[in-house]
Ligand binder design. Structure first.
Ligand code: ADP
Length: 628
């Protein structure tokens, strides 16, 4: 039977076949890693099924290059696939995270080449080097085997085909050599050996290949002057080291080993920022390697993303993503944990309540936190790269716990400071506060420049008070639920200061009238002496700030900040307003103008632009008339 690939798979396949991928070698890593996963699954089956016996030695992964046929075969004795598995698994590209992938592919028609590198397409990478792929496979618990074949874009066929041993054999028919691309190299035993050592060294099953070697022919009564004679012989070699990397001593591992393992496991396509190699002996014994990535995984922001660590019990894979091992705030961490103390027979559901697992997860959390603090202290630039990608998870954890988690994650937050325009921590802020300062000041806005231009910012600068810039809309929500950090309250410079102002009866009358003119738009009009030479500012009172109002309105919630209009007592406009006490018509125009200017400064829109423009020009024209 012939089948077509789904539309987007086709497009992806085309991109692949036209070999935009620069590093073709990775196909072998992908196929070996699939073979290893399939063997892991078989191993797991054998532990829960008494009819199956599993002897690790039987579960080799074989590489068979054939120069005459120009084929390279990768063979495993893993779980195998039945017809449905074949349709499902080899009929669509990039199963995991495929939705996000397809979306990106559609958005980014122009430059898809980089995209593939980011996503990794597993099995389909075979088409980087092959123009025809045969898959022979039989599931361990079924009698019927199948032959899947594809020549790329057009589709694939599936036929019944008997297969004696269960497992999967993948035969790649290599592409013809091109001017700048030599596919024959993938038939060369030394090249293959090098590729396995480089990309698949820590696969826990032996990867074997029959190698042709040569040796000196030993003869009796050898003439010492005769040239030595060599002969070829065949020998099966295991190409990989097999010892899981996490069982090795740190001193025997290089930075490159850790990075290779990260890629081998498909944890990410970036260079991880840091790794944590753990070897814990205690109430629960376990080892593991954790990674802090430097780039968002492609599906990080999609529903498809699942946090979790790969969990082994004494070398047996229990699950690919064990969620319980990671708190939500550290969802970005990837890696493996292997513990001999986990009960293998516990089902995957019961794992949730497992005491050992809880102990491990607590310790992991501590270790990750330590590592992050270490990066924050000693590799600030790396930490900022990381924070830009993943900082939201800490903020979300604090926000969603209504501040309950602030002790845990508060010291991981960073904000740009008005002092050096660099990221600083809250602890750094506290350390250098002015002597009589009792608050942590922050300002919200779209950019550093827009905050710097705020009238109230000038007052802060004059008093030499450090201000944290909150550019992410989530920031203010987080600081609001935190309320304070180590006893120092957060205070927004966009919010009204509560001070008792002495207003004369005349002023009181004026402000009352202005408030009435603004008809519910502001809760108060008052004076300020903190605005330098700016005429006015618009502040908020109460729980909802003006920045929050913007976010909430975007989410379709009709909530507005309570606004306070402050007029600079030292600005000539103030005297002008006082003089308009009995000129109702003009007081109305000035008041509306001032209020709308306040809205513009705060990045809000003017509610009635036509009326606003008319008022503005009426006043300007009036002024002209008078000066004539
Ligand atoms: P991924 O491995 O990321 O899921 P792949 O495209 O590499 O994506 O493989 C798709 C699926 O095909 C695998 O998840 C697995 O179920 C199945 N598969 C691939 N290779 C094998 C194999 N050698 N044995 C059994 N199943 C396999």
């Amino acid at each position: 039977m012939n089948y077509e690939f789904k539309a987007q798979s086709k497009r992806l396949m085309e991109l692949m076949i036209h070999s935009i991928y620069t590093n073709k070698e990775i196909f072998l890593r992908e196929l070996i890693s699939n073979a290893s996963d399939a063997t892991d699954k078989m191993y797991y089956e054998s532990l829960t099924n008494p009819d199956l016996t599993f002897s690790k030695e039987d579960y080799v992964i074989e590489l068979i290059p054939n120069k005459e046929e120009r084929t390279l075969t990768i063979q495993d004795h893993g779980i195998g696939m039945n017809k449905e598995d074949l349709m499902e698994n080899l009929g669509t590209i990039a199963q995991s995270g495929s939705l996000e992938f397809k979306k990106k592919l559609q958005e980014d028609q122009e430059d898809s080449s980089e995209l593939i590198g980011q996503f990794g397409v597993g099995f389909y990478s075979a088409f980087l080097v092959a123009d025809k792929v045969d898959v022979y496979t039989r599931r361990f618990d079924e009698n019927q085997g199948y032959h899947w074949q594809s020549q790329g874009v057009e589709g694939f066929s599936i036929e019944e085909k008997d297969k004696e041993e269960s497992g999967t054999t993948i035969c790649l028919h290599l592409k013809a050599n091109e001017e700048d691309e030599n596919y024959d190299q993938f038939l060369d035993q030394y090249k293959l050996k090098e590729m396995v050592e480089r990309y698949s060294n820590y696969i826990r099953y032996p990867i074997q290949m029959e190698m042709t070697k040569s040796r000196l022919v030993e003869k009796e009564n050898q003439d010492p002057d005769a040239a030595p004679e060599y002969e070829n012989y065949q020998e099966v070699d295991t190409l990989n080291s097999m010892v899981p990397i996490w069982k090795k001593a740190k001193k025997d591992l290089s930075e490159e080993d850790y990075i290779n393992f990260y890629h081998e496991e498909g944890f990410g396509f970036d260079e991880p920022l840091a790794h944590i190699h753990m070897n814990v002996e205690g109430v629960v014994n376990y080892r593991g390697i954790l990674y802090i990535p430097s780039m968002e995984p492609f599906n990080w922001r999609s529903k498809d993303f699942k946090k979790g660590l790969k969990l082994y019990s004494n070398g047996v894979l229990i699950m690919d993503k064990c969620e319980q091992l990671l708190p939500d705030a550290f969802s970005f961490v990837t890696g493996v944990i292997d513990s001999e103390d986990l009960n293998l027979n516990i089902s995957r559901e019961i794992l949730q309540e497992d005491r050992e697992l809880r102990i491990i997860s607590k310790n992991i959390e501590k270790k990750i936190k330590e590592k992050l603090l270490d990066l924050l202290k000693n590799k600030r630039e790396d930490y900022i790269t990381f924070y830009k990608a993943f900082g939201t998870t800490f903020k979300t954890a604090i926000y969603e716990s209504f501040g309950g988690e602030k002790e845990k994650y508060g010291d991981l937050l960073v904000f740009v400071s008005s002092k050096e325009k660099e990221y600083v921590t809250l602890d750094e802020y506290l350390e250098r506060m002015e002597e009589d300062q009792d608050r942590i000041y922050y300002a919200t806005g779209d950019s550093l420049a827009s905050i710097d231009q705020l009238p109230q910012k000038e007052g802060m600068d004059k008093k030499n008070l450090e201000v944290l810039y909150l550019l992410d809309p989530l920031d203010e929500f987080v600081l609001k639920v935190m309320q304070d950090y180590k006893g120092k309250a957060f205070s927004s410079i966009n919010t009204e200061k509560k001070e008792d102002l002495e207003h004369t009866e005349e002023e009181k009358g004026l402000f009352k009238e202005m408030k009435e003119i603004l008809d519910g738009e502001v809760v108060e009009v008052k004076t300020s002496e903190d605005l330098g030479d700016h005429p006015l500012c618009l502040l908020s009172r109460g729980e909802i700030s003006i920045e929050m109002e913007k976010v909430l309105q975007l989410q379709g919630q009709d909530l507005e900040a309570e606004k306070v209009l402050e007029i600079n007592k030292n600005h000539p406009i103030y005297q002008k307003l006082l003089s308009l006490k009995d000129d109702k018509e003009n007081l109305k125009k000035y008041t509306k103008l001032l209020y709308n200017q306040g809205r513009l400064i705060e990045g809000l829109t003017v509610k009635n632009p036509t009326e606003y423009t008319k008022t503005l020009f009426d006043l300007l024209a009036d002024k002209d008339n008078k000066t004539k």
